[in-house]
Structure formats: C-alpha cells, structure tokens
Design a protein. Structure first.
Length: 289
C-alpha cells in the first residue's frame, strides 16, 4: 500500500523532568527518519522538564514539517493523567505511542499503519522490542510477546501482553473503555485488560519495531516493597472491576508478589533469564527491512 493511501495518525509522547536530552535527540531523529511520518505529534510536558530537553524539542519543532502540539501540565500528575490530556488533543483516529528515550525502526509506522488500515477489526496493535544498553548497537535482550488475539488474551491473565511504547490504537475504542486511569505503574496493562473485556481486538506484530534502553534502573524499578504494594492494588482493582476472577487474583498474588521482594541478585537473574530472551550475535538495525 502506498504511503499516500494510508490513514493519517497522531503520535503521543509524554515528557518529564528526568528525561535525558541525548536520549530524546535519538528518539526524535528516529521519528524524522520514518518512511511514514506522523501527521501530528502531541508532546505532553508532565511538569517541568530539563532545560537541555527544551532546547532539543525547540530545535526539532523548528525544523520539522510535522504538526506539533505541546501540552503543559503544572506538575507531574502521573502518566495516566498526562496521557489522557494528550489524547484529548490527538486529532486523528489512529494514535501511536512512544516514550522519549526509545528509538523506532525506520519502517515502524509504515508497517503498523499498513497493518491496522488493512485490518479494521484491530483496535490495538503492538510489536516486539529490542532492549539495548546506553550505546546504540549493544543489544542486550529481545522481548517477544504473543501475536494473535487468543494467545494475547491467555497471556494477559498473568503478564502485560503489549509493549506500551510500540502500540498504535484506535482512539475511539480507547475512549469507549474509559481511556487511561490512575493505576501507577500499570496504566497501560489495566487499559489493555479493559479493551479485551469490551471485545476489543488486540494484536502484536512479530517484528521488533522499537528499541528500548535497558539498564539496571529498569530492573530496580520492578522490585521492592513499594512496587509490590502498587502491583497488589492493581490486582485488587482488576478483580473489583471484573477484569480477572478470584482464582486469577489468588494465583497472581502468590506467584508474582513474592518475586518483587527477592534479593536484587536473585530478582535480576530471574528477570534476565525468564522474562527476556537473551540476544546473541544480533545488532540493532535502525533501517527498514
């Protein structure tokens, strides 16, 4: 399908104070190099951001042909709130997500928009990811998720079935199910469960279309007592709203929560060896395939 015949779409990005200007530069460069550009980018400033990041964004906005919309929040209200504010200003029916420290393969948007345009039954479309260290090209892991709807529904009972910064979704469907909610650390997972409950079709592409930065902070953020409490609250909310049954609530609590308070070395071992696919002999290619 030619690019001119594909649906237009908005790209939604949330920024906050800890975003690094260098990573943001890489992110924006990968957007500029897309074979299919967004028609609109909505930047949500979730509170103040670093002055260097402002310079990077101003330079991008000045030279980009893409329509830019900036939304400023007085403080960090949480990711769910920020995404909902941004979604209000996304003018197209299709909305892509991305984080300001991620990098897209050059054909990401072309492949995903082609897929969702040709399959109007799909409501949310994600992809697999590559995770790399601070040096682009040093691939650490791949995170591969189930692709077809039935497998995703089964997988979602225990784990998040989508890589959030890879998704493109139909805005109408997201609004229909109540959009993002204030579920700290689990805003996207909770949203996908709502979409599935409301008969929405969720699919992943097999290609690795987005590259994540992987470092020890990623692991440390996934463990500890505070994370355990937030995950427990998320599971209770899912049960209260009929997204999981009592059996799944109990299984999730007894299987997942103790894992969060394992010693760091044990947690890191399980995280790297059970929750990720280790890469061997693979290097990142930002170009389209």
């Amino acid at each position: 399908m030619e690019s001119k015949n594909l649906e237009k779409f908005s790209l939604l990005i949330v920024l906050y104070i800890n975003d690094e200007a260098l990573a943001l530069t890489d992110c924006l460069n990968s957007i500029s190099q897309q074979t299919l550009l967004p028609s609109q980018i909505v930047f949500v400033f979730n509170g103040p951001i670093h002055s260097l990041s402002k310079v990077v964004l101003n330079n991008f906005s000045t030279h980009s042909k893409i329509e830019i919309k900036e939304i400023f929040l007085s403080k960090n209200f949480g990711l769910g709130f920020a995404l909902n504010e941004g979604l209000k200003h996304c003018k197209y029916k299709l909305v892509a997500r991305m984080d300001p420290d991620d990098i897209c393969r050059a054909d990401r948007f072309y492949l995903q928009i082609s897929k969702i345009s040709n399959n109007p039954e799909i409501d949310v479309l994600g992809s697999n990811v590559c995770e790399f260290s601070e040096v682009i090209g040093d691939l650490v892991f791949t995170k591969n998720l189930p692709e077809d709807y039935d497998s995703i529904v089964h997988y979602s009972r225990f784990r998040n079935p989508l890589n959030h910064p890879t998704v493109i979704f139909r805005k109408d469907k997201i609004l229909q199910v109540g959009s993002y909610e204030d579920v700290p650390l689990f805003e996207d997972y909770y949203l996908w469960l709502k979409v599935i409950k409301n008969k929405g079709i969720v699919v992943n592409m097999s290609e690795e279309l987005v590259y994540f930065r992987f470092n020890k902070n990623l692991i440390s953020r996934r463990r500890g007592f505070l994370y355990l409490i937030k995950e427990f609250n998320f599971l209770k909310l899912c049960y209260s709203n009929g997204l999981i049954n009592f059996r799944l609530l109990v299984l999730n609590v007894f299987i997942k929560l103790p894992f969060r308070i394992f010693p760091t070395t044990i947690f890191e071992f399980f995280f790297k060896n059970l929750l990720r696919n280790k890469s061997t002999g693979y290097s990142i290619n930002l170009n389209s395939k």
